[in-house]
Design a protein around this ligand. Structure first.
Ligand SMILES: [Zn+2]
Length: 76
């Protein structure tokens, strides 16, 4: 993990690349089980992985143990 982090930092993606990336969408995920709401980001490949959500078969699940997929609300 430490090695991975160092490598990522060393070969950091130029800032311009992030700025140009228009395909990222901000979506609010609402967990029906624990009522948590959190903003998640999606790119062309799906949800950008976070520690709090897992993506399965097109749905995202909160890591509170919910087996009910989160509801997604588009910000725009
Ligand atoms: Zn939850």
């Amino acid at each position: 993990m430490t090695t991975e982090t160092k490598r990522t930092t060393k070969n950091a993606v130029p800032k311009a690349l992030w700025m140009v990336n228009e395909s990222i969408r901000e979506v609010v995920a609402f967990c029906p089980r624990c009522k948590a709401m959190e903003t998640v980001n999606f790119n062309a490949e799906g949800i950008i992985p976070t520690r709090r959500f897992t993506q399965k078969a097109g749905n995202i699940y909160h890591n509170c143990g919910s087996n009910v997929p989160c509801r997604l609300y588009s910000m725009s």
